[in-house]
Design a protein around this ligand. Structure first.
Ligand code: GLU
Length: 545
């Protein structure tokens, strides 16, 4: 076969060579050990947690003086959604992930572009042509029907699926046959001619998993689709080579096709990048583990965390806890350090189904928020409210000091309160402070209801003085508790319930419901200070029956 004739027949317009691109994209001039990595999302409009997860590469790049870039894998035009690129950039920006080069909102930056795959057609075709010239790629004119017949035959014969061996019907066809199909205008794809042996295992070093042994690829997989657009396999090899990527951090679902990728790198004589396959995010569904699903689990979308309002750093703390076996320990030792100070290493990343658990995220986030200043919480809540709760944002901007005082209740000290881990919960939790959103949620505690309700409230109103210290306040509450026939210590009541109407817990819970609408609320006196005397008295009086 005259490969040169075939190459010119298939790619008459391609005049460049691989050498031209090697010159155009020289090796990067970076310090020894610098990591060059990227995220390479498809612009489908769905930015998922995995994108953020793999953006962990940014830390690796920046820890080593390397480069982190954004490539857009837009070869599947059908799945493309308008605004998707902006959505990725915004989401990454929100989480403090910064790209050194690649696609930007208004174009792109960097010397290794274009960074959108659709604009790299000539490069892929040049590499494809070079493979044809070497006798390592050929056109295949099989129709969909031909391929499904092949699949059925393989199924019936219990043989491996794929285009190989006797099933690779276009592999050794004479050039005349090819020419005649081309003249007829028959659609074709370009296939790789694999010399791989199914019985051969080849070693691949995975940055996270260590040395893997993968089965050598023996199928003649597709390099270019019928529209001349490359498959992911071919495109990412060309791109990661010419963009001088050192580490490919991607989901473990790509492990299955890893043999194809290393075969391409090796055939082209290019140095393989360090592949790093991150563990798929899983969740418990009843008693079994399953993959997070786009359809069933809203928490797979990154937008979920924005909507519910998890602070960025708390989300990172959580992700790092799940992803890196040595992070939790580091964080415990350095609770106030920014997670970016943690030295991230691939070897410590989990290798199998990371269990994703929203409750754990919530707890980490509650802990995190409990250690922040009222100012910080106010700013975060307001930023969230501006997106999702205009009425709250409006009230907050009108009364910033009031909201900050409310947020400050139970903050600081040895054991700060951990009432909320996200802005949505914070909004709900804080709603009782503002007279406009105050609502009675819980019932009056039973043992403080009936005729006692007014007695307690009246007595409390009579003795209440805003000048009292915490001790004075508490002494008065105890006094009225006992005078009205309640036990000042819950223990006493438990021992001899027949001697009392109830205990101090019933009394204070009544006051809590009157003031906050709920039985479970922060310190009564502190809350009253925030509400002010007039509002405190108004709520207590209004709760009388
Ligand atoms: N476009 C691929 C994806 O979104 C990228 C995988 C990779 O990082 O190479 O899964």
């Amino acid at each position: 076969m005259d490969y040169s004739a075939l190459a010119n027949l298939l790619f008459p317009d391609i005049t460049k060579t691989i050498a031209d691109y090697e010159k155009q994209y020289p090796p990067r001039n970076l310090p020894e050990g610098a990591v060059v990595t990227r995220i390479a999302p498809s612009p489908t409009g769905f930015v998922h947690l995995g994108n953020l997860y793999n953006a962990i590469g940014e830390r690796l790049a920046h820890q080593t003086g390397g480069v982190f870039y954004l490539r857009i894998e837009d070869t599947d035009q059908k799945r493309e959604v308008a605004g998707a690129v902006e959505a990725v950039i915004d989401a990454m920006n929100f989480y403090g992930v910064h790209f050194d080069e690649g696609v930007t909102k208004d174009g792109e930056s960097g010397a290794y572009g274009p960074y959108r795959q659709r604009q790299r057609r000539e490069l892929y075709q040049t590499v494809a042509k070079s493979l044809v010239l070497r006798g390592l790629a050929y056109p295949c004119f099989c129709t969909e029907e031909d391929l499904s017949a092949m699949h059925e035959a393989q199924e019936a014969a219990k043989e491996n699926y794929g285009y190989y061996g006797k099933y690779a019907v276009w592999r050794d066809r004479p050039i005349e046959d090819i020419q005649s199909e081309l003249e007829k205008g028959t659609e074709w794809v370009l296939r790789f001619r694999s010399e791989g042996d199914a019985n051969q295992m080849i070693p691949v070093l995975d940055g996270i998993r260590g040395e893997l042994k993968v089965q050598e690829n023996y199928t003649d997989f597709v390099l270019l689709k019928s529209d001349g657009i490359p498959t992911y396999h071919f495109a990412h090899v060309c791109d990661d080579h010419f963009m001088r990527t050192t580490h490919v951090i991607r989901d473990e679902s790509w492990l299955a096709t890893l043999p194809i990728h290393v075969q391409l790198f090796d055939t082209l004589g290019w140095q393989r990048p360090v592949y790093c396959h991150t563990a798929t995010l899983m969740k418990m569904d009843g008693s079994s583990k399953r993959k997070l699903s786009k359809r069933k689990d809203p928490e797979l979308a990154l937008s979920y965390y924005h909507e519910v309002g998890y602070p960025q750093e708390a989300t990172w703390l959580y992700l790092l806890t799940v992803l890196n076996s040595n992070f939790e320990e580091w964080h415990l030792a350095n609770p106030d350090a920014d997670s970016r100070e943690f030295t991230f290493s691939l070897e410590k990343m989990s290798t199998s189904g990371s269990l994703f658990d929203l409750e754990k995220l919530d707890n980490i986030s509650k802990e995190y928020l409990s250690r922040q200043s009222a100012e910080f919480v106010y700013d975060g809540l307001l930023a969230w409210a501006l997106h999702y709760d205009a009425a709250l944002a409006d009230r907050m901007t009108k009364k910033p000091d009031f909201f900050k005082a409310a947020i400050n209740v139970g903050r600081g000290g040895e054991k700060p309160r951990k009432d909320y881990g996200n802005w949505k919960d914070a909004a709900a939790f804080l709603s009782f402070y503002d007279a406009e959103t105050f609502a009675l949620v819980d019932e009056c505690p039973e043992r403080a209801d009936g005729s006692m309700r007014n007695e307690i409230l009246n007595r409390y109103l009579d003795t209440l003085s805003f000048a009292d210290t915490q001790e004075e306040w508490f002494a008065k509450v105890k006094e009225l508790t006992e005078e009205l026939g309640y036990a000042a210590q819950p223990k006493k009541y438990k021992k001899n319930p027949e001697l009392y109407k109830g205990s101090i817990v019933d009394v204070t819970n009544l006051l809590r419901v009157a003031l906050t609408g709920r039985q479970n609320a922060p310190d009564i006196r502190e809350i009253s200070q925030v509400l002010g005397e007039a509002e405190t008295r108004r709520r207590l009086s209004a709760y009388r029956n």
